[in-house]
Design a protein around this ligand. Structure first.
Ligand code: SF4
Length: 341
């Protein structure tokens, strides 16, 4: 869902994270012979993530998904706009968080990394890896208390006590990802960004980890932002999906609605590219041609017009706003109504 100015009060009570007009820019270049440029990774994003949801964020590489996820954790600087967090116990405005509050926020909002091989220090035991956030953030008073919390979250992530004494190299990819999840959840967060968290795993292991994430959501009352380029995984696990293209949200809808009736040409192209076992469907795939333009020099008007088969002159001049196309379904395309047949 996206956050509009006139329904902020309603969304604030129902959403754990609300971002308004959020932009994240990075300066690049500026060497001896290079002109300094701005990489506009995220531009003017409005998003509201309902409490307790499994919220999917999809798009091609370079669409700004990871940068947006990290900005919501305040792991990336926010160039413009506002991000607020509200879990029913505490409220934070990420733009004005002092250092001590930022430390508190880190206990409530955590990240599960993509690569379970790179994310774990090979020199630490599993116990020390999981315990590290508790020690860094001073969340426990004694080693006994730390051990108790480590054992508790390890059990919830289906690791046994014997695993805690070993080093990461002794584990498979799926087991390592369970260690990463335990580490992310040991501080008892409410909001978790899972960034391509099953992308590096075999398909059979992916299902195991997805089922674990779902079970932990129910047991611990978590809200996930699940970032993925794999739409079949998103369809399986998420209850709402937002689609990003070149730093903007172009469509957002409940999962079933988005998959059954996508409105944006980019979403339609992404969905039609999902591999199918049906030979008839294979021939109906709408091919997405060309590369995503550079975020340092985005095209004027609709950012998708350079690849859109339905582009008209208006698309090259005027950027479309997000508008409602149904309950909780929003799309930014000048022509969605005439193309919705
Ligand atoms: Fe295509 Fe125009 Fe819609 Fe953009 S606004 S998606 S270019 S039809």
């Amino acid at each position: 869902m996206t956050a509009k100015k006139n329904d902020v009060a309603t969304e604030h009570s129902a959403s754990i994270i609300v971002a308004r007009d959020l932009s994240v820019h990075f300066p690049i270049g500026g060497g001896l012979f290079q002109r300094r440029q701005m990489l506009k990774a995220v531009e003017g994003v409005n998003i509201a993530i309902p409490k307790g949801s499994f919220f999917g964020l999809v798009g091609e590489s370079g669409s700004g998904k990871t940068t947006l996820g990290r900005a919501l954790l305040k792991a990336n600087p926010i160039t413009r706009g506002e991000v607020t967090y509200h879990d029913g116990e505490v409220d934070y405005d990420l733009g004005t968080l002092p250092k001590d509050k930022l430390r508190e926020y880190r206990t409530r909002a955590q990240l599960i990394f993509q690569d379970p091989y790179a994310a774990l220090s090979p020199r630490m035991t599993v116990r020390d890896i999981i315990a590290e956030p508790l020690e860094v953030m001073n969340l426990t008073q004694s080693r006994e208390e730390t051990d108790e919390r480590v054992r508790d979250i390890a059990g919830k992530c289906r690791l046994n006590l014997e695993h805690l004494r070993r080093f990461p190299h002794a584990f498979s990819g799926g087991q390592r990802q369970r260690i990463s999840i335990a580490r992310a959840l040991v501080s008892n967060p409410r909001f978790v960004v899972a960034d391509e968290s099953v992308a590096a795993l075999d398909v059979s292991i992916q299902a195991d980890i997805l089922n674990l994430l779902k079970a932990l959501q129910q047991e611990l009352g978590l809200t996930y932002l699940f970032i993925s380029h794999d739409l079949s995984v998103v369809a399986h696990i998420c209850d709402h999906v937002a689609v990003m293209y070149l730093g903007r949200l172009v469509e957002s809808a409940p999962t079933r609605e988005l998959f059954q009736r996508p409105r944006h040409p980019y979403t339609k192209a992404l969905l039609s590219a999902i591999p199918s076992l049906d030979p008839d469907r294979r021939n109906t795939a709408q091919k997405l041609t060309g590369e995503i333009p550079s975020p340092t020099n985005p095209p004027p008007g609709c950012k998708f017009h350079t690849r859109c088969p339905h582009a008209v002159s208006r698309c090259r001049e005027e950027e479309p706003e997000l508008e409602f196309a149904g309950t909780s379904h929003e799309v930014s395309c000048h022509r969605w109504k005439e193309l919705d047949v």
